[in-house]
Design a protein around this ligand. Structure first.
Ligand code: ZN
Length: 220
C-alpha cells in the first residue's frame, strides 16, 4: 500500500471504496469491533459523499451499472465493505464472529485447513485478490509466532485474546500495521488462545537463527 501506512489511511480508503476485498474485510471487521474508529469512519464517509456530489457527470461504460450492482451485492454480504453498514455487529444466534467475518469464516474453526508454524497455525480465509490475501492466525496462549519480517504490508486484527510485541499490546479489535521495516515476534498473552485476521501482500521472512534456515520451506 503506502509507506508509513496508518489506521486513518485505511479508514479513508475504505470510505472511498478503494480497498481490495481482503483489506476491506479486515477494516469492516475492525469497524464492527471499535466504536472510536466507527465514528471516524462515518465522518470520512460523509466527506466522501460530499465530494461525490460535487463531481461533474460523465458518460458511463455500458457495463458500469451491472458491475456496480454486483459490487453492492458483495459489499452487503460483507456488511460494511462498501456502504454505511459498518455499525455495531449484529450477532446471529450461535455466531462467534463479528458480522462482516461471518460470511467468510465458519463458526467451527476445525472446518478450516490449518497449517502449523512454530507456536501458531494459519488458515486461508480469502485467496489472493488484488495482490492481498486474508488468513486466520491462531497462536496458543502464552506461545510466540516465529520472529519474522515482511516483504510487504501486514495488517493484523485481533479477534479473540490478545498479543504483544516490541511495538505494543494488542487486544480484541486492535489492528497492528507492519511493513518491511518491522522485525517482530508477537507473543499471545497467557490464559486464552489469540486469534487474528491477518492480511498480507507479500510473504513473511523468518528472521530467528533457526527461522532463517527454514525460510525455503515455509509458506506463510
Ligand atoms: Zn508480522
Amino acid at each position: 500500500m503506502t509507506e508509513g501506512l496508518v489506521l486513518d489511511d485505511l479508514l479513508i480508503a475504505h470510505a472511498a471504496g478503494k480497498l481490495e476485498e481482503p483489506v476491506a474485510l479486515l477494516v469492516a471487521t475492525h469497524l464492527a469491533l471499535n466504536r472510536t474508529s466507527r465514528r471516524l469512519y462515518e465522518q470520512y464517509e460523509a466527506v466522501a459523499g460530499m465530494l461525490l456530489e460535487g463531481l461533474e457527470p460523465c458518460e458511463m461504460d455500458p457495463s458500469a451499472l451491472a458491475a456496480t450492482l454486483a459490487r453492492v451485492e458483495r459489499g452487503s454480504a460483507m456488511t460494511g465493505a462498501t456502504g454505511r453498514t459498518a455499525g455495531p455487529a449484529p450477532r446471529l444466534p450461535g455466531r462467534r464472529w463479528p458480522a462482516p467475518l461471518c460470511h467468510y469464516v465458519p463458526d467451527d474453526l476445525d472446518e478450516l485447513r490449518w497449517h502449523g508454524f512454530g507456536g501458531a497455525a494459519e488458515a486461508e480465509v480469502l485467496p489472493e485478490h488484488g495482490g492481498y490475501r486474508a488468513r486466520l492466525i491462531r497462536v496458543r496462549a502464552g506461545r510466540a509466532v516465529p520472529a519474522h519480517t515482511h516483504e510487504g504490508d501486514e495488517l493484523t486484527l485481533v479477534l479473540e485474546g490478545s498479543f504483544r510485541d516490541a511495538s505494543g499490546h494488542y487486544r480484541r479489535g486492535d489492528i497492528e500495521i507492519a511493513d518491511d521495516s518491522v522485525d517482530h515476534q508477537p507473543v499471545a498473552d497467557p490464559g486464552q488462545d489469540c486469534i487474528c485476521l491477518a492480511v498480507t501482500n507479500a510473504p513473511l521472512r523468518l528472521t530467528g537463527p533457526i527461522g532463517r534456515l527454514l525460510n525455503p520451506f515455509v509458506r506463510i
